[in-house]
Design a protein around this ligand. Structure first.
Ligand SMILES: Cc1ncc(COP(=O)(O)O)c(C=O)c1O
Length: 549
């Protein structure tokens, strides 16, 4: 062989070997769950047939004896009657609106595991409409009051009254200008100054949702690093834009996104050895359930939900990631849209002691109005190159920096400085950890196989028995006047204005709901049942259904 050909051949073997090693490392850096393998999860999702339990299968799908089945049936029927009596107007308007509102159809169908969904929807329909809020409660169309545990997707940090006040203030402040766009209301200048001071970062851009703020962060990271790959961690939510939402839910492959395992040496090695990674996205909420997606009752098919925050261990992990990003020129993006201002006044950066290159905020920062904000280092936020005037990174948005939103945001930022708000952050974690402990002690006292796990005021409910019916708890909680979002017991979000007395009332009602549920036989399980055996049983049902076609 000519020497140069031999050289090229040897070189390409070397390159091949390196590429092979990198690919191997990448596959080792993924979490072993399906959530860690986006393409596989989508493929498998496409194979799963619909199984609907009829009334008979519904109550005895786990092989419960007749006595237990009878209790479940009575319990279910009682709830069905109660809901029909209590929520007539709300249910009627929901039914009427559903046909024309896709979102309602979706959330209404995915409250519980799909096998049970049809029967539940038919008999335990709940209203989707609310009319009023006051303190920590909301009132539905039929005049029922609920303690709000939804937190309005995390927006409600300071209590609804505070946001009503901020919105009213905002409307008054910009009334003379109205919805003039493109030009800025002077309040924007103050927002920029406050956000810079709060984060220690240089520049701000305003967007209309959290999803868009994340899109802009990733786009800028790609522009400045001239690399295309994005790293997000297994289970982490960063909005519904395709590139950050690979796997089930996204109709196409997110080919430029790597989903790596959290708390993983291999993931760190991947970051340390690849040259194509533009940025790493961190959602601090993962501290509550590393490597798992946001828990939802529609995937609660057994008792396998696990959660528990270890602040120090998670901080250590984040520091390692940040360090490697710094060394490798990878943009470290802290997506603080959910956790911002909730874990600490200075956001998750303060809580975990981080210095991110970019931070995204949203939700509560808008003072109750829709928003998304990106704050970052000047060199990363720049949308053009001094020496290449046509090579720009384009980003606009009709409603960016909308005067009403900016004024409500300003009201929120000013509120953060008020002594009463500052006081909320003193001992915040201790307060909410103590409240979680109080809830758990109450549940333990009545032998309920239920516990809560929390990251400050963000909670999830876990179950100690391998039951196929753990998701039923959301309906017993509703009976007790506790309002959950459509993901059910997967996510409870408290506003910080809950007084001890109000919180104690929630504990009392929560505990009573568990007692009722236990009495109705839903937590019965065969002595040899395990979460694994339940999942195997479900798999068998699905295969049988698929083969029967
Ligand atoms: C961490 C995180 N990033 C991004 C988003 C998307 O924000 P939005 O729903 O405003 O688009 C969310 C929403 O829940 C979020 O929790």
């Amino acid at each position: 062989m000519h020497w140069s050909l031999a050289f090229i051949a040897a070189g390409s073997v070397g390159i091949g070997a390196t590429a092979g090693r990198r690919r191997l490392l990448l596959s080792q850096a993924k979490h072993r769950s399906l959530a860690g393998h986006s393409k596989w999860s989508r493929r498998i999702a496409g194979l799963i047939p619909r199984v609907d339990y009829d009334a008979a299968q519904f109550f005895r799908c786990d092989g419960a004896p007749d006595g237990v089945v009878a209790k479940r049936e009575q319990g279910f029927e009682r709830l069905a009657h109660l809901f029909a009596e209590r929520f007539p107007k709300g249910r009627a308007l929901t039914a009427e609106t559903r046909a024309g509102l896709s979102d309602l159809q979706f959330t209404g169908s995915y409250r519980v595991p799909f096998q049970f969904a049809r029967h539940v929807k038919e008999h335990l329909g709940v209203g989707a409409f609310t009319e009023r809020s006051a303190g920590v409660t909301v009132t539905d169309l039929d005049g029922n009051d609920f303690y709000d545990l939804t937190g309005s997707y995390g927006v409600n940090l300071l209590g609804y009254e505070a946001y009503k006040g901020m919105i009213a203030e905002a409307v008054a402040q910009v009334a003379d200008l109205g919805p003039v766009l493109g030009q800025l209301h002077p309040v924007v200048a103050d927002n920029v100054a406050r956000l810079r001071a709060l984060t220690g970062l240089d520049e701000v851009s305003f967007h209309m949702s959290g999803t868009e703020a994340v899109m802009q962060a990733v786009r800028l990271a790609r522009y400045h690093t001239r690399r295309s790959k994005v790293v997000r961690f297994c289970g982490a939510y960063h909005g519904w834009w395709g590139d950050v939402q690979p796997g089930i839910g996204n109709p196409v492959n997110a080919d430029r996104t790597f989903t790596l395992a959290e708390m993983s040496e291999k993931a760190l090695q991947t970051l340390a050895t690849r040259n194509d990674i533009a940025c790493v996205l961190i959602n601090p909420l993962q501290a509550l359930h590393p490597n798992s997606a946001a828990p939802s009752d529609n995937t609660l098919v057994d008792g396998g939900r696990r959660a528990g925050a270890d602040r120090e261990a998670y901080a250590e992990w984040l520091h390692k990631v940040a360090e490697i990003c710094r060394e490798r020129g990878i943009v470290f993006i802290l997506d603080d849209i959910f956790t911002g201002f909730r874990l600490a006044r200075g956001g998750a950066a303060e809580y975990f002691g981080l210095r991110p290159d970019m931070v995204t905020f949203g939700k509560t920062l808008g003072g109750g109005l829709p928003n998304g904000v990106l704050i970052g280092r000047a060199d990363l936020m720049k949308r053009y190159r001094e020496d290449r005037p046509v090579d720009i990174c384009f980003a606009r948005g009709t409603f960016n920096a909308h005067p009403y939103v900016m004024a409500a945001m300003n009201a929120f930022l000013r509120k953060l400085d008020e002594p009463d708000t500052r006081a909320l952050y003193d001992g915040l974690d201790d307060r909410w950890n103590a409240r979680a402990a109080r809830m758990n002690a109450s549940l333990e006292a009545v032998c309920a196989p239920v516990r809560v796990a929390n990251l400050s005021s963000i909670w999830t409910v876990t179950y100690q028995v391998p039951s196929r019916f753990n998701w039923m708890l959301q309906y017993y909680l509703r009976e007790e006047g506790l309002l959950l979002s459509w993901v059910g017991t997967g996510r409870l979000i408290f506003s910080l204005n809950y007084s001890d007395a109000e919180f104690d009332e929630v504990v009392t009602r929560f505990t009573r709901a568990c007692e009722r549920m236990a009495a109705n036989g839903w937590w019965w399980h065969a002595p040899d049942a395990t979460d694994k055996s339940i999942r195997r049983g479900i798999l068998r049902e699905l295969i049988a259904k698929r083969l029967s076609r």
